[in-house]
Write a protein that binds this ligand. Structure first.
Ligand SMILES: Nc1nc2c(c(=O)[nH]1)N[C@H]1C(S)=C(S)[C@@H](COP(=O)(O)OP(=O)(O)OC[C@H]3O[C@@H](n4cnc5c(=O)[nH]c(N)nc54)[C@H](O)[C@@H]3O)O[C@H]1N2
Ligand SMILES: Nc1nc2c(c(=O)[nH]1)N[C@H]1C(S)=C(S)[C@@H](COP(=O)(O)OP(=O)(O)OC[C@H]3O[C@@H](n4cnc5c(=O)[nH]c(N)nc54)[C@H](O)[C@@H]3O)O[C@H]1N2
Ligand code: SF4
Ligand SMILES: [Mo]
Length: 837
């Protein structure tokens, strides 16, 4: 544990993907003072209001402190860890032996600040022969990720700080962030007459409120709005044709279809004045730089995959890439979605191909010999020095040449990118290894012989956060084995056969893998601020114990690799890489192997950083020049070592890559380094769209419910204690004054929201940010939290009691959480006080 000036310790916020650096002071186990860390490379001291009472997470009196097993009566009994590991190991093995390891489904990936556990969890899945995996990204980002993969291969982020024009579609960064120091950046753009903030949102959100242009579309009509903007760009010849010729393929076919767009008709369909659409397109085209950001307002709504494509066409057709203020692909410490990619160094590697062939052969053949020699070499200091020296010679000769294919295999296996393309029961598409959110229950609630039989959940609450909670609970009943790892007794934990108590994010080594920035990208390994709460275990420890229990890796190999790790990093790397070259079937359990071997030699209980060692090397192999420019020394293997050492040592986080804008071209995965603009399936879909009239409601359900708005005091389902919130404590249902008048309801009234799938109670807040026909509920409410006498207290509306699995995207099946047909019924009860959120 590290204490800095005046008792301040460094950590990070775990509430959104920005992961702002924090400094905290403790009183015992409580986080009593919290401030932004000025030294953090991304956030530089910025925070919003949300982390100031993070102690409501850390010191929740209802933290789990013992493994729990479901009793036949449906309650839970405490069991010790040894029993839990033995029993769960045996039951996993039983499911594997009876039905196949691929019937065990893993739903994890962590929340907004804890991603290390899931890396080890995937080792467990691989050890069991599992193939199917998912997490929260499968109900938001998969369509976008697929579009990215077709266009240029990987995720993008905007350089909003420097953009002349920033456009947000279905995104309210004032509240949800996702942009570093969002509020400062938004205010600066809004204030500057030379710059423009454009927002497409049916609500007058906080971001829309300060925008230069607000396109207040009718809910669910973004595809028509974006088609109209693109139509104007083509019709008025505002497209950067010279740039397209130089840097893209397939643009002509796309422009030809956009030429057909009837701008007047599309403007009418989305409910925006045609002149405002034209003004918007002209402003975009005139800008010296444009960056766009789409988020779940559109990704969880109609035509989401098509909308992702149309959104990206805005910056592509205007040439806004690889320059300040534009959109860029970026480096990753480890890719959260998509495939691993590398950018060859400017200085070419001499005889690369020959060395690759020779090195690969030598590694494969000599792996056992190398391990034996190194193990023998551990016996004396002189022999250790000699062994490390010999490993150095071997690594210098072959590392550059063999590292890229090894790194690719490791990364793409670990992030499940090499897995199946479709699900076994419904044949639903799997992209980037993620089983689509809306298909999960379809893969369980069926008598199909290949149905899923067991589900492991870690750091997520799918019964609460996936569409149709009722169906998800039924799926849990149907499964033969369910295990939940969490810090709290969540809605999902209450359905599980076993519940395992995790150590909190401030009690263990952790890190978020949201390394999404360009041109400077940073990573922070967070040190524990205190000892772990008694009875809990960090996830890596849980997974490693289970893999041990399953006995999938022989102890001799572990002893040999550990001996090599004790000699030195180079000896370890040589032994480890040659083992992987010789035994590719071990690739899936690399995190486990690293933890058991290298991890045991890391200081300060840093075992779980062993996988970060692997990731640091992936990053240095992937982007050698960017990592060097960020100040990390050495080349080849040494560069990865320097990066890892910096990560280990720096408590405020380190810059991992430093790029130049023109280097963004290197991040394009396509060999021709061009953007492949034409996506035939989506161009065809656009053609269909132009003939369609948007209609999402009916006389039975005349309103459109957005189920899950981000507000000042929502943070997914991380806080269970309603007292965390300073405002909007009831999580009110926002409704326009027109609709309220028609229904005869007032602010504070209790109502029932009814949808095709279910119904739930809510408290009304009349709000002039809502348009008529659109109602909005916040996310993160409706969680059970025991009050002082131990009775469950549920505040607010659990949104997924109202959502279903059938209203979903045609291509990637993402649920339409933001577009749920609904009606409101009055409840006869006393109004309650509501303060605006
Ligand atoms: N405060 C807070 N911040 C968070 C989170 C949190 O829980 N609380 N969660 C984090 C996570 S996991 C995520 S994914 C992000 C999400 O971040 P956002 O996507 O910004 O969040 P939302 O508020 O769900 O949706 C954004 C906007 O979409 C609008 N919208 C609704 N329907 C439509 C539509 O049909 N078209 C368009 N164009 N817009 C529509 C809503 O009015 C809303 O203003 O936030 C992250 N940040
Ligand atoms: N209707 C509707 N549904 C939605 C959304 C919406 O807008 N509307 N938004 C969707 C989106 S974008 C997202 S990202 C998802 C989020 O949904 P989830 O992924 O289910 O939610 P998280 O808040 O990330 O879950 C965090 C869980 O981790 C637990 N936890 C905290 N710390 C630790 C730890 O150290 N170890 C372990 N093991 N557990 C820990 C918390 O107690 C909590 O149960 O919700 C989705 N669902
Ligand atoms: S919630 Fe997000 S923006 Fe706010 S302090 Fe935490 S990481 Fe930063
Ligand atoms: Mo999310």
């Amino acid at each position: 544990m590290t204490t800095t000036d005046g008792g301040w310790q460094k950590t990070a916020c775990i509430l959104c993907e920005n992961n702002c650096g924090l400094e905290v002071q403790l009183d015992g186990r409580s986080l009593v003072k919290i401030r932004g860390d000025k030294a953090h490379p991304n956030s530089k001291g910025y925070t919003c209001e949300k982390p100031l009472r993070l102690d409501k997470y850390q010191s929740n009196p209802h933290r789990l402190t013992s493994p729990l097993r479901r009793t036949p009566e449906g309650g839970y009994e405490e069991i010790d860890w040894d029993t839990a590991i033995t029993e769960i190991g045996a039951r996993l093995a039983q499911v594997r032996d009876e039905y196949g390891g691929d019937k065990i489904f893993y739903y994890a990936g962590g929340g907004q600040g804890n991603h290390l556990g899931a890396a080890y969890g995937r080792s467990l899945l691989h050890a069991l022969g599992g193939l199917y995996y998912s997490n929260a990204l499968a109900q938001e980002k998969v369509g976008e990720a697929w579009v990215d993969a077709q266009l240029y291969g990987t995720h993008t982020s905007g350089d909003y700080e420097n953009s002349e024009v920033a456009l947000f579609v279905g995104k309210n960064p004032w509240q949800s962030h996702g942009v570093a120091h969002a509020r400062t950046v938004l205010r600066e753009i809004a204030r500057d007459p030379e710059r423009a903030l454009i927002v497409i949102d049916p609500r007058r959100s906080e971001t829309a409120e300060i925008a230069d242009i607000h396109l207040q579309v009718k809910p669910g009509t973004d595809a028509w709005c974006l088609a109209a903007i693109l139509g104007v760009l083509v019709e008025e010849d505002l497209v950067d044709r010279a740039w397209l010729r130089e840097h893209t393929t397939g643009a002509d076919a796309v422009l030809a279809v956009l030429q057909q767009v009837d701008v007047t008709d599309c403007s009418r369909k989305c409910g925006i004045d045609e002149e405002l659409i034209r003004t918007t397109a002209r402003r975009i085209a005139r800008a010296s730089s444009l960056a766009t950001y789409e988020d779940i307002g559109v990704q969880q709504g109609p035509n989401s995959t098509l909308v992702s494509y149309l959104n990206k066409l805005q910056w592509i057709l205007t040439g806004n890439f690889a320059k300040p203020g534009a959109v860029h692909m970026h480096s990753w410490l480890f890719p959260l979605v998509g495939s691993w990619h590398h950018i060859p160094p400017e200085r070419p590697i001499p005889l690369a191909r020959t060395r690759q062939v020779v090195g690969d052969l030598a590694m494969r053949r000599a792996a056992p010999l190398i391990r034996n020699l190194l193990q023998a070499g551990e016996s004396s200091p002189r022999r250790r020095a000699m062994a490390e020296k010999s490993a150095d010679v071997a690594l210098s000769a072959f590392f550059d040449a063999v590292s890229v294919p090894l790194a690719r295999r490791f990364a793409n296996t670990l992030n499940m990118h090499n897995g199946p393309d479709t699900t076994p029961v419904t044949g639903a598409p799997i992209f980037s290894g993620l089983v689509q959110a809306t298909t999960i229950t379809e893969e369980i609630l069926t008598d199909h012989p290949d149905r899923l039989r067991a589900m492991w959940v870690d750091a997520s609450n799918p019964v609460h956060s996936l569409p149709d909670s009722q169906r998800m609970r039924a799926a849990f009943e149907e499964l033969e084995l369910t295990v939940v790892v969490d810090v709290a007794m969540t809605e999902t934990a209450r359905c599980a056969d076993y519940v395992l108590p995790a150590t909190s994010q401030f009690e263990k080594w952790e890190g978020s893998l949201f390394t999404l920035h360009f041109p400077h990208n940073a990573y922070q390994a967070r040190a524990p601020l205190m000892d772990r709460l008694a009875g809990t275990r960090p996830e890596p420890e849980i997974y490693v114990a289970l893999i041990d229990e399953l006995g999938v890796v022989d102890q001799v190999l572990i002893d040999q690799l550990t001996a090599a790790a004790r000699i030195g990093r180079k000896a370890f790397a040589l032994a480890f890489f040659s083992t992987l070259a010789a035994r590719p079937e071990l690739t899936g359990v690399v995190p486990y192997l690293l933890y058991k071997t290298l991890g045991s030699t890391l200081p300060d209980g840093q075992e779980s950083l062993a996988v970060v060692w692997g990731m640091a090397h992936l990053c240095a192999i992937g982007y050698p020049d960017g990592v060097s420019r960020a100040g990390h020394q050495g080349s080849g293997f040494d560069l990865g070592e320097s990066l890892f050492a910096a990560i280990q040592e720096s408590r405020q986080g380190v810059t991992i890559t430093d790029d130049r804008y023109e280097d963004a071209w290197g991040y394009i995965h396509h060999d021709d380094k061009r953007i492949h603009v034409h996506i035939p399936a989506l161009i065809e879909e656009l053609g269909l769209l132009l003939w369609t009239e948007p209609r999402f409601t009916s006389s039975e359900f005349p309103l459109t419910l957005s189920a899950g708005e981000r507000r000042a005091f929502t943070a997914n389902v991380i806080f269970r204690d309603p007292e965390w919130r300073r405002r909007d404590k009831s999580g009110a249902l926002r409704i326009s004054s027109e609709d309220a008048a028609a229904l005869g309801v007032q602010t504070g009234d209790a109502v029932r929201v009814v949808t095709e799938v279910g119904e739930a109670a809510a408290t009304v807040e009349i709000s002039d940010i809502m348009q008529a026909g659109h109602i909005s509920l916040p996310n993160g409410f409706g969680l059970a939290h025991p009050d002082t006498d131990g009775q469950d207290n549920v505040v607010g509306t659990p949104p997924n009691e109202l959502t279903g699995i059938t209203r979903r995207d045609k291509f990637f099946l993402t649920p339409w959480h933001k577009n749920v047909p609904a009606r409101i019924e009055r409840l006869e009860s006393e109004p309650v006080a509501v303060e605006a959120g």
